[in-house]
Design a protein around this ligand. Structure first.
Ligand code: NAD
Ligand code: 3PG
Length: 530
């Protein structure tokens, strides 16, 4: 008999199939502390959660029978995915079930914001008949900026058209074609910030999206903008937002999510006259809760019974024979994908992977999944893993082509990752595994290089002139950035050249700006390979 623990409030109707299963018993025990969960989790084969339960490494270590953690919803930021993967615990989610509900909540917030509904309600029930203080604005003919055009952002855009709004959309995977099909004008974040009357964010929280709207963005923002966040706390810098409202830049904000949940009693959003809030209710409808619980229960049953399943967000088991041969390349493949994604500036349309030498003889699909994960993670966040990376690429119209070449010049094995964009940009990174030396990046676009893909790299493009290496070294030294290794590549003397430096820590933004300002230096970019 399998035992399932439900530790957050999840729809009874949704988990009915689990309760009806003859080989499963379900215990509902919500609101437990970490200690309480640690004490009982050892009895269970499956854990079902929403966003309240923080599924920590400690809980998973105590869950010696745990085979699957089911998240009835989208975001898995409350689950330690790394710890789950290490322990072979499958984590699944229900990515589609709450899309419409969250989109509708976004509209509820947008309209409440435009018409001051919560503030007017509070005053009216307090006995004051105030018709002067709550002059609102129409949505019609206004420009809506949508940051993040995935499932929810796309549904928001669709409905905004019915309100007569003009929509500007930004998403690293949004191409002109796709935007046009959705009736959206493809725009940059900067264009949205400068032109939108309303802006709504629908991205995951990743290192890239964290505080993507902060002081510098508020400084150039269209005056009177109204901002909605029903995605994740932290995408918009809360303190900078309050300041922008108080300075009259932002007219108001509606937030369903917070950097820390629940927010502290003295959080500046609470009781601010121009900010309206809800307690992470985006997914809280009868329909969505049933949908996500049904989806997740079905998958949990499959996993417990060793049947095929979908929507796994962490690593599935790989056959040992395949693992032995390919495993040493997994880390390299992911880093090459990530490297290529970081140097590509436009939306990726096609990923071309070429395996040459030894690798061309094997079924390299598991390795391709790691490469795709490396490419996609930069924009889609921690939900991308080797189980879902191919599916995610397809669902975003990103084609991937794998070719094999039997021999390579000088290497026993070579993996090349080329990213192509809609505007014809093409970036290529190739790497190999050298016996005794480990992972190496050996080609960057047309330049031969020889670099260990360590955590922090600095990629500099420059004109091949004397003195430039010295100037770069001096500037980094002055800013306490230690150089571990340096590689210079060029095709012709005096022509276009690149420099790759491995450094011991993250390079501060101001140093990157100073570097880019050096004579004969064209661009300076940090590449993080963690
Ligand atoms: N408030 C709630 O209760 C609630 C409910 C459901 C989902 N969510 C959250 O809403 C968000 C969106 O969910 P979804 O189902 O649409 O996810 P999704 O994965 O379908 O879409 C997210 C999109 O964000 C894009 N993105 C990533 N980095 C970006 C960047 N720097 N700039 C612009 N776009 C970027 C991705 O390319 C992707 O298309 C997630 O954070 C999810 O956890 C909140
Ligand atoms: O990521 C999600 O699915 C939403 O944030 C909903 O979270 P909840 O299930 O805790 O309401």
């Amino acid at each position: 008999m399998y035992k399932v623990l439900v530790s957050d409030p999840i729809s009874d109707m949704g988990i009915q199939q689990l309760m009806d299963a003859s080989d499963v018993t379900v215990d509902k025990n919500t609101g437990l502390t970490e200690d309480e969960l640690v004490a009982i989790i050892g009895e269970y084969d499956a854990l079902l959660v929403r966003s309240q339960t923080k599924v920590t490494e400690r809980i998973m270590s105590a869950g010696t029978r745990l085979k699957v953690i089911g998240r009835a919803g989208v975001g898995v930021d409350n689950i330690d995915l790394e710890a789950a993967t290490q322990r072979g615990i499958i984590v699944i989610n229900a990515p589609d079930g709450n899309t419409i509900t969250t989109c509708e909540h976004t509209f509820a917030m947008m309209m409440a914001l435009a018409r001051h509904i919560p503030q007017a309600y509070a005053k009216t029930i307090g006995g004051t008949w105030d018709r002067k203080s709550f002059l609102g604005v129409e949505l019609r003919n206004k420009t809506l900026g949508v940051l993040g055009m995935g499932r929810i952002g796309s549904e928001v855009a669709k409905r905004a058209k019915a309100f007569g709004m003009n929509i500007l959309g930004y998403d690293p995977f949004l191409t002109e074609d796709r935007a046009a099909k959705q009736g959206v004008k493809l725009a940059s974040v900067d264009e949205i910030i400068r032109n939108a009357d309303f802006m709504t964010v629908h991205t995951p929280l990743t290192p890239e999206t964290r505080h993507m709207i902060s002081k510098p963005q508020f400084e150039v923002m269209k005056k009177g903008m109204r901002i909605i966040n029903c995605a994740r706390g932290g995408v918009i810098d809360e303190l900078a937002l309050v300041k922008a409202i108080d300075e009259g830049i932002v007219a108001g904000a509606a937030f369903d999510v917070f950097e820390a949940e629940p927010p502290a009693q003295d959080h500046p959003f609470l009781n601010h006259p121009k900010i309206i809030v809800t307690p992470h209710l985006g997914a809280s409808t009868v329909e969505a809760q049933e949908n996500v619980a049904i989806d997740v229960s079905e998958q949990v049953l499959h996993i417990l019974r060793d049947e095929p399943f979908k929507n796994a967000v962490n690593m599935p088991p790989v056959a040992p024979s395949v693992m032995n041969k390919l495993q040493p390349y997994f880390g390299l493949g992911e880093k090459l994908g990530s490297f290529a994604a970081q140097i590509t500036t436009q939306a990726v349309r096609e990923i071309h992977v070429e395996y040459a030498g030894d690798l061309s003889e094997d079924d390299t699909q598991p390795l391709t999944r790691y490469i795709l994960k490396g490419v996609l993670r930069r924009h889609l966040g921690s939900d991308v893993n080797i189980v879902n990376s191919m599916h995610l690429a397809k669902s975003r119209d990103v084609g991937f082509v794998v070719t094999k070449a039997p021999a390579t010049k000088g290497f026993t094995n070579l993996i090349s990752v080329t990213l192509k964009t809609q505007d014809g940009e093409e970036r290529r990174v190739a790497g190999t595994l050298l016996t005794g030396y480990g992972e190496r990046v050996v080609r960057l676009d047309q330049f031969p290089v020889d670099v260990a893909p360590d955590a922090y790299q600095l990629l500099i493009s420059h004109n091949d002139k004397p003195g430039i290496i010295g100037r770069v070294g001096t500037l980094l030294g002055q800013n306490d950035v230690n150089i571990a290794s340096m590689q210079v590549g060029r095709k012709v003397i005096g022509g276009e050249a690149i420099m790759i430096l491995t450094v011991d820590k993250a390079v501060p933004k101001n140093v990157l700006i100073e570097l880019a300002g050096l004579p004969d230096l064209n661009t300076a970019q940090e590449i993080v390979l963690e």
